[in-house]
Design a protein around this ligand. Sequence first.
Ligand code: PGA
Length: 248
Amino acid sequence: MRAPLIAGNWKMNGSSSLVETFGEVLRGAELPRGVDVALMVPFPYLAAARARFPQDVVVGAQTLSDQGAGAFTGDVGGAMLKDLDVGMVLVGHSERRTLFGEDDAAVLARVKAALDVGLTPVLCLGETLEERDAERTEAVVLGQLEAVLDALAPSDRERLVLAYEPVWAIGTGRTASPEQAQQVHAAIRARLVRYAAGLGEAMKVLYGGSMKPDNAAQLLAQPDIDGGLIGGASLKVDDFLAICQSAG
Ligand code: PGA
């Protein structure tokens, strides 16, 4: 069965002292058994996070270059992330798609760059409010999914984690209802099964978008929701831990 994964995404937030606080609290806390936990922190804090966080907490990055190495000023390559013992990397977060112009081709290139060095890409998918209102949710989300999966070998497809994040729920305090989220997760799972039955069974599909301690349990109870990608609430260690507990 799919072990739940609770992944925090600090976005462009945090500080050395927040890394220290999380390290101290997480080392003293009892994380629920059978729940995978990850924290995606900004590049400058990856090394400190790896040193301070308990070993069973995966340290992740929020993006990576589509290039291996070389004259790409300001970019960070997957091999560098591996070198810091980073285990996961977000790819195609809606903020990258909209604010940084990453289209499906750019997302695919980054997924491949992550796979090339043995990082687990967490591929984010989601529709805008306009697209939902136009009843295009599944077309958009499945289109984003296929743009990546169609281009990967079957053995590489199995190495991804997915995160469904309705754009209208990110950072807005407006969460998809458990039923709305489950409906899209079930559509994603059905599409995975078309690639391979085992893929549908094995692949984790997280929900993201204003997940908080008070709504996490209901969302996580849905049959096709395998965890959460948590933005705002992952900056407060008590809230983050409470969400981890509700996945246990
Ligand atoms: P949020 O962010 O929890 O603050 O809505 C989720 C995300 O963008 O991953």
